[in-house]
Design a protein around this ligand. Structure first.
Ligand code: 6CS
Ligand code: FE
Length: 313
């Protein structure tokens, strides 16, 4: 088993040129044993002169794979978004939507996907010029929304999101060719050390952990409730966290965390009375449009992975 190094070392694998989108440069869920190899894509695609992030912020993102900002959303927009969420929580029709996901073993709402297409407030948040400008700079291109969701980790009922790399899923199940996407978590309620904050492994984005197990049909119907497949194995995860540690950015409503598509992250359950309700919007580079899923199965629904209209923001 290859050891986890703090810094990427020369890959033992010859980097595969991106000569065809069908080339699987990050094979996963194909072997009976896990593997770890270097990332084959840049982390930061843009320059300090290309947007609002200064050179120090870009260096931090390059090194850690995430950036946290205490207050980005205007108070009025934040208030509108919190009110819109409250209406969704109490609208009985929401429970019938295909893009609504419930906690494992309960009927507690866990996530609502494609919220950027839901109403004007959620679209304003997901298309926020400050967020889009940072995403364009990090990805070095125009961007579109690959996925958006509210993860409403309710008080007492919010269940965990086990450790994973989003890119592993987006590559295998959605056909995302390269690591050129970034997630933006926007707090609608305070994210404290106690109510299940996003936990990230700083520097984990430099290595790709190939997972074991074969992707079943319609895997999303299970994985969005509790992801047991396409997650790092305990041995590699132990080595990774022993080497790199865990950081859990906290902040008030309106705080924002950008995290690279391959940064390993997860979150614990919420046994406090206080919800940890966050909007997650995923910006993908328009140079990184989805191809045929590398698992060979049918593409996931459009409300999970956009492939119908690549609306440049
Ligand atoms: O499968 C997905 O796209 C979703 N699953 C997780 C655990 N994080 C990313 C995304 O929400
Ligand atoms: Fe995730």
């Amino acid at each position: 088993m290859s050891e986890i190094s703090l810094k990427p070392r020369q890959s033992q694998r010859e980097p595969k040129l991106l000569d065809s989108p069908a080339v699987d440069r990050y094979p996963s869920r194909l072997s009976l044993s896990p593997d770890v190899f270097d990332r084959q894509d840049p982390v930061v695609y843009g320059r300090a002169s290309d947007g609002p992030l200064d050179a120090n912020s870009l260096d931090l993102y390059e090194e850690n794979g995430f950036l946290h900002f205490d207050a980005v959303l205007e108070p009025s927009l934040l208030a509108d978004a919190v009110q819109a969420l409250e209406h969704l929580r109490h609208d009985p029709t929401v429970r019938q939507w295909p893009q609504s996901v419930f906690e494992p073993g309960s009927e507690q709402l866990r996530s609502i996907f494609a919220i950027h297409q839901l109403n004007d407030v959620m679209r304003q948040v997901c298309h926020h010029p400050k967020l889009v400008a940072m995403a364009q700079q990090l990805l070095g291109s125009d961007v579109y929304v690959h996925q958006s969701r509210i993860n409403d980790k309710s008080g007492f009922g919010g269940q965990p999101f086990y450790w994973h790399s989003d890119f592993e899923t987006w590559h295998v199940e959605d056909g995302m060719p390269a690591m050129r996407a970034v997630s933006c978590s926007i707090a609608l309620t305070p994210n404290t050390p106690y109510n299940g904050p996003l936990m990230l492994v700083p520097g984990s984005h430099h290595r790709f952990i190939a997972c074991v197990g074969q992707t079943p049909e319609d895997h999303y119907k299970q994985s969005l409730r509790r992801q047991d497949l396409g997650v790092p194995d305990p041995e590699n995860l132990t080595q990774l966290i022993e080497a790199l540690g865990v950081m859990a950015p906290t902040g008030l409503a309106g705080s924002v965390t950008f995290f690279e598509c391959n940064t390993v992250h997860g979150s614990n359950s919420n046994i406090t009375p206080f919800p940890r309700s966050n909007i997650f919007v995923v910006y993908n580079s328009l140079e990184n449009k989805l191809v045929t899923p590398f698992c060979g199965l049918a593409p996931r629904p459009n409300f999970i992975a956009e492939r119908e209209q690549y609306l440049s923001l």
